[in-house]
Design a protein around this ligand. Structure first.
Ligand SMILES: Cc1cc2nc3c(=O)[nH]c(=O)nc-3n(C[C@H](O)[C@H](O)[C@H](O)COP(=O)(O)OP(=O)(O)OC[C@H]3O[C@@H](n4cnc5c(N)ncnc54)[C@H](O)[C@@H]3O)c2cc1C
Length: 377
C-alpha cells in the first residue's frame, strides 16, 4: 500500500473518485482514503440522477454550465461506461400563479448567467410532455439540462481512476490533516499516516470534522433525502422533472423504471438515527406518490419496487464549497453540495484537479470559496 503520493483525496463519492481520476490523468500519483468499506456508498450512489443548471443558485451556475458543456456530453466515452446521460431538458412544473412567480425568478437568475431557460404556457408544456395533468398551468424549460445514472457514473470514475494508477484504501477514516510549518503534508488515520503536499477533502458532511483539525469550518448540517423506484414501464418521456412546490422530482430511466425523489411531508427533516445509517421513512412513499399523481395521474398504477435514503451535506447558503484554502497551503475543499452535487460533482473535481496540477482552472469557481460565509453577529 502506498503511503506517500502527489495528492491525497479524502472520500470516494463521485467527487472524490472524479478528482482522483482527473489528477491521475494529469500524471499525479493519488491515494484515495475512504472511511466505509464500500466505494460510492454515500449520496453519490443514492441520488436521483438530476444533471441540471436550472433552479441553481447563481453562485454555482458558472461551474455547472461549464460542466454541462465540457464534461457530461463525452463522459460515457471518456470513462468507458454507460453513464446513461440524457440531455433532453428539464421541466419545472407549476400549478399556481405563486408557483409560476417562483419559477420566473429562478429562470431570470439562470438567464442572467447565460443559461437557456424559457417560461412555458400549459399548452407548450403539454407539447413537450403530453402525460401531464391539466392541473399544470405552466413550467420553466431548460433544454440543455438532463439526467444520468449515479451508480454507473460514480463507479465509472472509480474504475477509470484505478486504471490510471490511483490507489484506493477503504475502511480508512481520516481523523486529522497534518501540517508542517503551516503547509499541508498529509493526513492521519487510526492505523497510520499518509503523506502528500496536496490534500483534497471530499468527505460530504464529515468534511467539516476533518477541516476542523486545521481550524476551517464550512457551516452545514446533515439531512436525509429519499427516493423511490417503480417497476419498468413503457418509455413515456425523457426529460428531467421538478416542481415549484418541490413535492417531487425525477425521471424515467433507460430501463423504463421511474426514479423519483421527494418529501415525507413532515415539517422537520427525517431524523438521523439507526446507528447513523440512513433509512427510508414509512411515510415517504405515500407522500411522494401523492405528489407525483397530482402531476401524472397515469402513473397511479405504477408499482413501487423500493425506497431508499441518503445523506445530504446541506450548507447554510445551500451552495457547494469548491475551493483551495489560502490559510493552509496544499489544502483543497469540495463539500457542502447541498443535495445537488451529482450533476456538478464532475465539474468541481475537474477544476480542483487542474488547480492542483497547474495552479489555475478553466471555470470560475470564485463564488464557491470556503471563506464566503460571514458571521451575522
Ligand atoms: C436521495 C438523494 C437524492 C439526490 N438527488 C440528486 C440529484 O438528482 N441531482 C444531484 O445533482 N444531486 C443529488 N443528490 C446529492 C448528491 O448525491 C450529492 O450532492 C453528491 O453525491 C455528493 O457527492 P460527494 O462525493 O461529495 O459525497 P458522498 O457521495 O457522500 O461521498 C463522501 C464520501 O466520504 C466518505 N467519508 C466520510 N468521512 C470520511 C473520513 N473521515 N475519511 C474518509 N472518507 C470519509 C464517505 O464514506 C463517502 O463515501 C441527492 C442526494 C440524495 C441522498
Amino acid at each position: 500500500m502506498l503511503t506517500t503520493a502527489d495528492a491525497i483525496v479524502i472520500g470516494a463519492g463521485i467527487v472524490g473518485n472524479a478528482t482522483a481520476y482527473y489528477l491521475a490523468k494529469k500524471g499525479l500519483s493519488v491515494i484515495v482514503l475512504e472511511a466505509s468499506e464500500y466505494i460510492g456508498n454515500g449520496g453519490s450512489s443514492r441520488n436521483g440522477g438530476g444533471v441540471r443548471q436550472s433552479g441553481r443558485d447563481p453562485k454555482e451556475l458558472p461551474l455547472m454550465v461549464w460542466g454541462v458543456k465540457n464534461i457530461w456530453p463525452h463522459l460515457s466515452e471518456e470513462l468507458g461506461v454507460d453513464t446513461e446521460y440524457k440531455q433532453k431538458g428539464n421541466l419545472r412544473l407549476g400549478k399556481t400563479p405563486a408557483h409560476m412567480e417562483k419559477l420566473k425568478t429562478l429562470a431570470d437568475n439562470a438567464i442572467k448567467c447565460g443559461v437557456d431557460v424559457q417560461m412555458l404556457t400549459a399548452e407548450e408544456v403539454k407539447k413537450i410532455n403530453p402525460y401531464l395533468s391539466d392541473a399544470v398551468i405552466g413550467a420553466s424549460w431548460c433544454p440543455t439540462d438532463g439526467h444520468a445514472n449515479p451508480l454507473t457514473t460514480t463507479l465509472g470514475y472509480y474504475k477509470a481512476a484505478r486504471a490510471l494508477g490511483a490507489d484506493f484504501v477503504t475502511g480508512c477514516p481520516v481523523k486529522k490533516i497534518i501540517t508542517e510549518k503551516g503547509k499541508v503534508c498529509g493526513v492521519e488515520t487510526p492505523e497510520q499516516k499518509f503523506y502528500a503536499p496536496s490534500v483534497v477533502v471530499a468527505a460530504g458532511f464529515e468534511s467539516n470534522e476533518i477541516l476542523g483539525t486545521v481550524g476551517i469550518n464550512i457551516p452545514m448540517r446533515k439531512r436525509v433525502l429519499q427516493c423511490l423506484v417503480t417497476e419498468a414501464e413503457p418509455q413515456m418521456f425523457e426529460q428531467m422533472l421538478g416542481t415549484a412546490a418541490a413535492d417531487f422530482y425525477g425521471h424515467q430511466t433507460k430501463h423504463g423504471s421511474f426514479v423519483f425523489g421527494g418529501h415525507d411531508g413532515f415539517e422537520d427533516d427525517p431524523v438521523v438515527i439507526n446507528n447513523d445509517y440512513p433509512f427510508s421513512t414509512g411515510d415517504f412513499a405515500s407522500c411522494c406518490s401523492r405528489g407525483i399523481m397530482g402531476y401524472f395521474p397515469l402513473l397511479s398504477n405504477a408499482k413501487i419496487v423500493r425506497t431508499w435514503s441518503g445523506y445530504e451535506d446541506h450548507s447554510s447558503d445551500v451552495v457547494a464549497t469548491v475551493s483551495k484554502c489560502d490559510e493552509v497551503p496544499g489544502l483543497y475543499i469540495e463539500c457542502g453540495f447541498s443535495g445537488h452535487g451529482f450533476g456538478i460533482g464532475p465539474a468541481a473535481a475537474y477544476n480542483i484537479a487542474e488547480l492542483i496540477a497547474t495552479g489555475s482552472c478553466p471555470a470560475d469557481i470564485s463564488p464557491l470559496r470556503y471563506d464566503r460565509f460571514k458571521s451575522v453577529i
